[in-house]
Design a binder for this molecule. Structure first.
Ligand SMILES: [Zn+2]
Length: 649
């Protein structure tokens, strides 16, 4: 434990000394945050008790992922089984397992990690190369095809190694990762051999390795990877175009989002990480433009991105079909990663608003309430053919959502030299070192079901500093920046902040309500964000949402599912003046707030030439809870006019 603390403190010192002026704030690391939240704690527990065991079972028993590593170590000429990127699933599961240890002591889990670490270490070649696909099949072919994910897998190995080192202080896997990174650095950067990564990921991982080792070789390699882009590499197979892997132009000149959504998110996350460490504003300026292109023209109301299944990515602007929405779970995880980096760099809350939108909707939807079923794609409408799966042939999503949920603590608090930021409203406690002081923060809330948050601010020594509370976009009557979505009734209802029971004045800075005062033992903030049911309308350019509305309350986007509505989610309209009420509700064992309204429901059986309607109650549920009670109809964008109703399902 002592060693862990030393490691952690060393990391903080290293990070603070290395940060450039591009970093406006620093996130409080998950390993310092204890989550007690009504909403998230049961989900984290579910991931630890159910999802991670599923990942372990699938990885080492049901599929050959772990066996491939064992085959390398046996050196008996056995061939690789499965897909060439399967190693990455082992590493991502390991990363989630490492984060899970933060949830409480778990000797069996830690032993399993150590067992896997030994198996992985035994598969590393003497020169540091580690990739079971090429090592088992033909090692002479290594590094000959940029699409074969060697550096993508290496990136996930590095991330797992850093995570496990941070929580346990054990460095065997970290040493494996260091040898892998050294091998790649010697093979490419030091020889200036042309290469791009066909699936970005290693860039952000190398910055993590730099932060934990303080060896700038890894930062240089991350920057080198970024600088390679822009040569327009095409693999000649029809799908591997420069746009697909963001290689049309140099990263610093990019303004438009293109291609594969997960690749793009990991690239821009890595570019932000490099920019913060090197102070290279060129990356930041490019990413601000690309971000606007994503959020203003190419993002679903759930925060999901990558509408097209053909390239698992972006199509043309405003092409956001609902039933065909691809919205891969991993792309939503990537949006969380990238938006956090943008928030930390700029200090602007709009990035955290988008992060919250995707976290509570597009990403969380990827995990079943039971914890053992998954969505790869997350559509916004279904005629009943979508079903959650136990696992996938390409199994990137399950461990990705597992590592996101178990690392939630990374996204709640941040700090700068004179401010503590509350970014997400999650019941939790932490101690934030602050100059020579330490400030204990305890947050209690029933968010996202209501907007009241109580925060105890308790410095060891009485001190003057700022506490900055994010004022979410939905409070301000704007669902997202830009004009892609807006609330039908723009209602900007002011937040109320009290300290020790008395109303407290504050200033608005970059989307945060900033309270500046002298804080002392026993101070309590009561933050009240009025939560209304908001109807969202979409820009007319999105043809699929014309004459339709979506529902949002707090950060949650809602949908209508057949299960709550006599098996039909398509037989009604929601006229303009419809008034929705809130109602306590349950989806399986998940207590939620449902929305109900009385609307014209079409008599499907008797609808002939003239459409008959009858007023009935419809129930809408949070989008993340859909398809947990079997497959059935669902839609997020609800028609306001009869002509938009489809009855032929
Ligand atoms: Zn995925």
């Amino acid at each position: 434990m002592k060693k862990m603390m030393v490691c952690f403190l060393l990391m903080i010192v290293q990070q603070l000394s290395a940060q450039s002026s591009l970093q406006k704030m620093e996130a409080v690391n998950f390993s310092k945050v204890n989550i007690t939240d009504h909403f998230w704690k049961p989900k984290i527990d579910k991931v630890v008790k159910v999802t991670i065991p599923v990942c372990i079972y699938q990885t080492e028993i049901k599929t050959p992922r772990i066996r491939n590593f064992q085959k390398v170590a046996r050196k008996k000429g056995e061939k690789h089984e499965g897909r060439y990127y399967d190693d990455s699933d082992v590493f991502k599961a390991l990363e989630a397992m490492a984060y899970a240890l933060q949830n409480g002591k778990d000797t069996a889990l830690e032993n399993k990690i150590d067992e896997w670490v030994d198996i992985i270490a035994a598969a590393q070649l003497p020169d540091g190369y580690l990739d079971t696909y090429f090592t088992l099949n033909d090692v002479s072919k290594r590094w000959t095809d940029i699409e074969k994910h060697e550096d993508y897998c290496a990136g996930h190995l590095i991330e797992a190694a850093v995570a496990y080192y941070n929580v346990s202080g054990k460095r065997k896997l970290l040493d494996v990762a260091i040898r892998v990174a050294n091998n790649i650095d010697s093979t490419f950067r030091l020889q200036n051999r042309y290469w791009i990564s066909g699936h970005e990921e290693i860039e952000l991982a190398l910055v993590k390795l730099y932060q934990v080792t303080n060896n700038d070789r890894y930062l240089k390699l991350a920057d080198w990877y970024l600088q390679q882009r822009g040569h327009g590499y095409d693999n000649g197979k029809g799908w591997g175009t420069p746009a697909y892997w963001q290689d049309i132009m140099p990263v610093k000149e990019q303004t438009k989002i293109t291609g594969h959504a997960v690749r793009a998110m990991y690239l821009y996350t890595g570019a932000a990480d490099v920019a913060v460490q090197t102070g290279d504003a060129g990356y930041v300026n490019a990413m601000k433009k690309v971000w606007e292109d994503v959020v203003y023209k190419n993002m679903y109301v759930t925060g999901g991105i990558g509408s097209a299944g053909t390239n698992e990515g972006f199509s043309v602007d405003y092409d956001l079909p609902n039933e065909q929405a691809y919205c891969e779970t991993c792309a939503s995880v990537g949006m969380v990663l990238w938006n956090q980096r943008m928030n930390l760099m700029t200090g602007e809350s709009k990035y955290m608003d988008v992060l919250e939108r995707v976290l509570y909707n597009g990403a969380l939807d990827g995990l079943s309430l039971s914890g053992d079923r998954f969505f790869y794609d997350n559509p916004l409408a279904s005629t009943g053919e979508h079903q959650r799966a136990e696992w996938f042939g390409t199994a990137c999503c399950p461990a990705n959502i597992a590592r996101l949920v178990t690392s939630l603590g990374n996204y709640i608090y941040a700090r700068s030299y004179n401010s503590i930021y509350v970014n997400l409203f999650v019941g939790s406690n932490t101690i934030i070192p602050f100059e020579k002081n330490k400030v204990s923060i305890i947050t209690e809330t029933n968010y996202p079901w209501d907007g009241d948050v109580k925060i105890k601010v308790d410095p060891i020594t009485k001190a003057n500093f700022n506490v900055a509370l994010r004022v979410p976009d939905w409070v301000n009557g704007e669902p997202v920046p830009g004009d892609l979505y807006r609330f039908a009734d723009k209602r900007s209802v002011p937040v109320v902040i009290k300290v020790n029971g008395k109303e407290q004045s504050f200033t608005m800075q970059n989307g945060y309500a900033v309270i500046s005062r002298t804080w002392e033992h026993g101070d309590v903030i009561e933050y009240s964000m009025p939560m209304n049911v908001n109807k969202i309308i979409s820009k007319d350019s999105v043809q699929f949402n014309r004459d339709r509305i979506a529902l949002q309350r707090g950060p949650l986007v809602y949908c209508v599912e057949g299960k709550d509505n006599a098996s039909n989610a398509f037989n009604f309209i929601v006229p303009d003046k419809t008034n929705f009420k809130t109602e306590p509700y349950k989806i399986l064992n998940e207590p939620v707030t449902a929305l109900t309204a009385t609307v014209p429901v079409i008599d499907v059986a008797n609808s002939g030439t003239s459409v008959q309607t009858e007023n009935k109650i419809i129930t809408a549920i949070p989008y993340y809870t859909w398809c947990n009670r079997g497959s059935n109809q669902m839609q997020v964008w609800l028609p306001t006019k009869i002509k938009e109703v489809k009855l032929n399902y």
